[in-house]
Design a protein around this ligand. Structure first.
Ligand code: AVJ
Ligand code: FE
Length: 439
């Protein structure tokens, strides 16, 4: 096998180990619905196998269906998450057997496939990238389910580098155009394409994500009770949900506590805030006299190299994400403290853009100019123009294989069971443009 095929095979093994780890639990935990927002864990497990069968075995490999009768059950569009527990799902033991059977044949297809074929599903191993990234995204979803379950002892924690207090609060990004999206990244999704020039006026962006200390100040200064900071829809959500803090936070004895994977601990004030919805992020930004960055502002600050006039795959360049640069791939079950990754800074000096928490942007999920759907409209296209807001950068629970400067995630503005945080931005006033660095 070629080196590249070996790499694909290794990625397939690593993502599957991850899925099996998250589903290494009693059948009851796997079959139960922990929240109407989520599927039972065993649905995700069989779904990733069924997706792999559809795309690698049937579409790319021309292999006849192994179990065509289960396709409907694992079609996310036929059954909303809340209805999935009543499906006659494969039991955990059957699901594991099924996905293993699929995987064996996938390795045969990988062996035979021509990575230089003109077929866009084969070229560059696209179809393998599709299923690897898909499974990692479901693994992150499974972690969100496990967090909602509050079952202790199922999710591994780990060590992270210490934070680095101090340093400038904001970074100035001078006016000018940059290249947004990609034409060259072989495993990029259709929604990241094509690359296109975007011209932006100068703006300020927070050097770091908003931390728990700053977020707690917003709460304590009455942010959740003051409609001035909220959009009308946001205020309606605030009243109906009765939210008073990020999801999983409680207040006791003058201290903020959070439940994290079944354990209660004091909220670490030096970590990026997570489990906030778009409405909360947007309200905080207004309270702070700022706003959320647009998706373009986020991407320019993250990936553009103004000296070389080129887009980087990651903030620091094109090298694979290393432990000194970013917190990805479930190293620990939480975001790293603020300032933990000076070596992960972007060309402009913006930090912690990749990893730690998904960052809400002010933008809705829309097609780039010249978009064309590939390989199927239900991945991206059917979501364009809904109420979805774009999230960028990947969380601690995202895998390096499914995160890059151009990667776009999206969700409804009310969702906060995901590992979501944000940073703020603001437009530069003319006098600030002429004296950058001064605040
Ligand atoms: C891109 C994370 C919004 O989880 O709904 C999984 C990814 N698409 N299966 C989702 C996805 C099909 C998607 N997000
Ligand atoms: Fe899926």
């Amino acid at each position: 096998m070629s080196d590249f095929k070996e790499r694909i095979a290794a990625e397939l093994v690593s993502v599957r180990n991850r899925s099996l780890t998250y589903t290494d639990a009693e059948d009851d935990v796997l079959l139960r619905q922990h929240s109407p927002l989520m599927s039972p864990l065993v649905w995700d497990l069989a779904h990733v196998g069924n997706y792999e069968e559809l795309w690698v075995l049937r579409e790319a490999g021309g292999i006849t269906p192994l179990r065509p009768e289960i396709d409907d059950m694992y079609d996310a569009f036929m059954h909303p998450r809340k209805d999935r527990p009543s499906l006659p799902m494969l039991a955990p033991v059957e699901a594991r057997h099924y996905i293993e059977g699929v995987r064996g044949r996938v390795l045969d297809v990988l062996d035979k496939v021509d990575l230089h074929s003109p077929d866009p599903l084969h070229r560059g191993g696209f179809v393998f990238g599709l299923v690897i990234q898909h499974e990692h995204q479901h693994d992150e979803t499974m972690l969100a389910t496990l967090q909602l379950s509050k079952e202790p002892g199922l999710v591994r924690d780990g060590d992270l580098p210490p934070g680095r207090p101090g340093g400038p609060e904001e970074v100035f990004i001078p006016a000018g155009s940059f290249l947004m999206g990609t034409d060259t990244e072989p495993w990029a999704y259709d929604n990241e394409r094509p690359a296109h020039r975007v011209d932006l006026p100068g703006y300020w962006i927070d050097r770091l994500p908003v931390g728990n200390r700053a977020y707690a100040a917003f709460i304590e200064e009455g942010g959740y009770d003051d409609p001035r900071w909220w959009t009308p829809e946001g205020w309606r959500w605030r009243q109906e949900s009765r939210a008073f803090a990020p999801l999983f936070w409680t207040r006791d004895g003058g201290t903020w506590w959070r439940n994290r994977f079944g354990r209660t601990e004091p909220v670490p004030m030096d970590e990026p805030v997570q489990h906030v919805c778009w409405y909360e992020a947007d309200a905080y930004a207004r309270w702070a006299g700022k706003r959320l960055p647009t998706e373009a502002e986020w991407e320019k600050a993250c990936g553009w190299d103004p000296e070389a006039e080129r887009a980087r795959k990651y903030p620091w360049g094109d090298d694979v994400p290393g432990a000194d640069r970013t917190n990805l791939g479930h190293r620990a079950a939480r975001p790293a403290p603020l300032g933990a990754f000076p070596a992960g800074a972007s060309a402009y000096g913006v930090e912690q853009m990749i990893g730690d928490v998904w960052e809400w942007t002010g933008s809705r999920f829309l097609a780039y100019p010249g978009f064309s759907s590939f390989p199927y409209p239900e991945y991206s296209e059917v979501f364009f123009g809904g109420d979805y807001r774009v999230l960028r950068g990947g969380s601690w629970a995202a895998d390096p294989a499914a995160v890059r400067t151009t990667f776009r995630n999206w969700d409804h503005p009310i969702r906060r069971q995901i590992f979501s945080g944000f940073r703020c931005a603001r437009s530069a006033s003319p006098e600030r443009v002429s004296s950058p660095g001064q605040k």
